[in-house]
Design a protein around this ligand. Sequence first.
Ligand SMILES: Cc1cc2c(cc1C)N(C[C@H](O)[C@H](O)[C@H](O)COP(=O)(O)O)c1[nH]c(=O)[nH]c(=O)c1N2
Length: 241
Amino acid sequence: MENQHAFSDAERAAVYHAIFSRRDVRGQFLPNPVADDQLARILMAAHHAPSVGFMQPWNFLVVRSADVKQRVHDIFAQANAEAATMFPDEKREIYGKLKLQGILDAPVNLCITCDRSRSGPVVLGRTHMPTMDLYSSVCAVQNLWLAARAEGLGVGWVSIFHEKALQDALGIPHHIVPIAYLCIGHVSHFKDRPELESAGWLPRLPVEELVFHEQWGTRDLPENAGLTAALSALAAAERGA
Ligand SMILES: Cc1cc2c(cc1C)N(C[C@H](O)[C@H](O)[C@H](O)COP(=O)(O)O)c1[nH]c(=O)[nH]c(=O)c1N2
């Protein structure tokens, strides 16, 4: 049956194109500035994310100054040196070769935060699951990431920081949670696959094995064979099988 609410084929293709070609970008940033109107559009996309109780707990801290970026890079370098020692031997070598941030290369850095007290102590939808406000700010990150891809802008998420060090580097009060530190800019190219996949860190998991039916762990109910086959077909098409 025709769904009058569906996007046109071209619009729908564009949405999926943004989703499947979005990448975490660390190494391909160009120095070209990001235009204010473009930055405004992706921030507006972030601001239209869903949020628990419509509390909109986010702020967007835009960093362009070389000094501030350097400060953030310094605390990244410290945390990254610590992180490098935490992996087993066989992973440590790969870890050391990975570029895990583009803080100094990206013309714009952006910290998206969560103010857990934004709309008072009792929030519709957060009464029994207190982390929902944090997830709301994550939704803002994803909106921004996809909008940026559509604009041709790369985004890289850096989370190798001590939280307090990041707060102090950016003057963020300690009751405000830094959710995402993002590096944003024009790029030479977008890679086809996640860098961690091509580097042999981890493979993409088979989606059909992650989908359960009715109860945790139940994979193969006969009435869901159609969905499982459709998912497998999409996964096989993606692998080029
Ligand atoms: C919450 C969170 C935190 C981080 C990331 C992502 C997310 C969601 N990612 C990026 C991550 O490695 C990447 O998304 C996956 O490898 C999949 O690749 P694509 O995003 O599909 O390119 C990431 N990458 C990196 O190089 N340094 C980092 O500190 C982080 N931190």
